[in-house]
Design a binder for this molecule. Structure first.
Ligand SMILES: [Zn+2]
Length: 184
């Protein structure tokens, strides 16, 4: 009896996460990674709850997550939004920043709790930025990319000492996006 209850609770959580992620237009592959549901189950959830429901805005995304980092550092506005997401990922205990500004992933691999935390961080980001430039899949890509400490890193502003997301291969004038925007 208890085993059945646990299994039901577990499936309910997987299912709720799939709904939440489809609502953010996450890709099937990303949803599968977190929920453990098969592509077929995810398709059925989508077909049942989102197709022909009047929620025309929700599209099903296929294929891989965007991999480039250019969008995060395209302009100070995007840089500021990417930095907000990194701060929210830290607050969600998905990332940790050490004393040398290196970023560490705190979750061994995606699971249901991980997925809900990414959703919560992304939803808070949408509340903070009325004109969001980063989609859920870009946020997912950022979470992966920043903890690789390769193409992206956290630079420190020489004016206000804030940390901000920067392209590791770009010339960095050590001015954070907030300072750049307020002096523009
Ligand atoms: Zn600054």
């Amino acid at each position: 009896m208890r085993l059945t209850d646990n299994r039901y609770a577990c499936e309910k959580q997987q299912f709720e996460l799939a709904l939440r992620m489809i609502g953010h237009e996450a890709r099937t592959r990303t949803i599968r990674e977190c929920t453990g549901l098969s592509d077929d189950r995810i398709r059925k959830v989508y077909a049942t709850y989102f197709r022909n429901t009047g929620r025309d805005g929700v599209r099903r995304r296929r294929g891989k997550s965007p991999q480039q980092i250019g969008l995060f550092v395209k302009n100070p506005q995007n840089q500021l939004q990417a930095t907000t997401l990194v701060a929210l990922f830290c607050a969600s205990l998905l990332l940790r920043i050490d004393g040398e500004r290196k970023v560490h992933a705190c979750w061994p691999r995606p699971d249901v709790e991980f997925g809900h935390r990414v959703c919560r961080a992304f939803e808070t980001y949408l509340l903070l930025h009325p004109k969001p430039t980063l989609s859920f899949e870009w946020a997912w890509n950022l979470l992966r990319n920043i903890s690789a400490n390769d193409e992206l890193f956290l630079a420190c502003c020489r004016h206000c000492r804030s940390l901000y997301v920067q392209d590791a291969y770009a010339l960095d004038d050590r001015r954070c996006p907030s300072c750049a925007l307020s002096h523009a």
